[in-house]
Design a protein around this ligand. Structure first.
Ligand code: ZN
Length: 159
């Protein structure tokens, strides 16, 4: 890649000194050598993030976010395919994205919601996404959608 282009990408925050960009890619952890998914999330700002490469289920995501004794608090990210860009990207999860698209469910675009926990060297394994976990996540998503005030257009306003 031309040096001027690399300099431009670094200056605009689209590429860091280690070659990390918005494109999620598999790379070994520098400390423990476990294969991670590495990329730059778009929000809250572009920074390098390393995630475990095994998708977790909704319980695993809750455990990651809560932490506990000898369990670090870990952010979670969605590994999402963007067809127009031809690449996977990591997007940080928040209360709205977690509620709208639980880990392991299928989103409105028909994509499976693949959630990865932030990588912490030596952290215990989290519950992984399984077929049963995906079915539960789909039920939770449907229940949240049914409970939304806009679900029934004939219902009285909630206030
Ligand atoms: Zn590591």
């Amino acid at each position: 890649m031309p040096a001027a282009l690399v300099a431009h990408l670094k200056a605009t925050g689209a590429w860091d000194a280690g070659g990390v960009s918005r494109r999620a890619q598999a790379r070994p952890c520098r400390r423990c050598a476990v294969v991670c998914m590495v990329g730059m999330p778009s929000t809250p700002c572009a920074y390098e993030v390393r995630c475990d490469s095994v998708p977790i289920d909704a319980v695993g995501e809750a455990l990651a976010l809560i932490g506990g004794t000898d369990m670090p608090v870990r952010a979670t990210y969605r590994l999402r395919w963007y067809p127009g860009r031809g690449r996977y990207e990591l997007d940080r999860r928040n209360v709205w994205s977690i509620r709208a698209a639980p880990a392991g469910s299928t989103d409105d675009d028909g994509q499976r919601v693949i959630v990865l926990a932030e990588h912490v060297c030596g952290a215990p394994a989290l519950p992984v996404s399984t077929a049963a976990g995906r079915a539960l996540a789909e039920q939770a998503r449907q229940a949240a959608e049914d409970a939304a005030p806009w679900a029934d257009p004939d219902a009285p306003p909630p206030f």
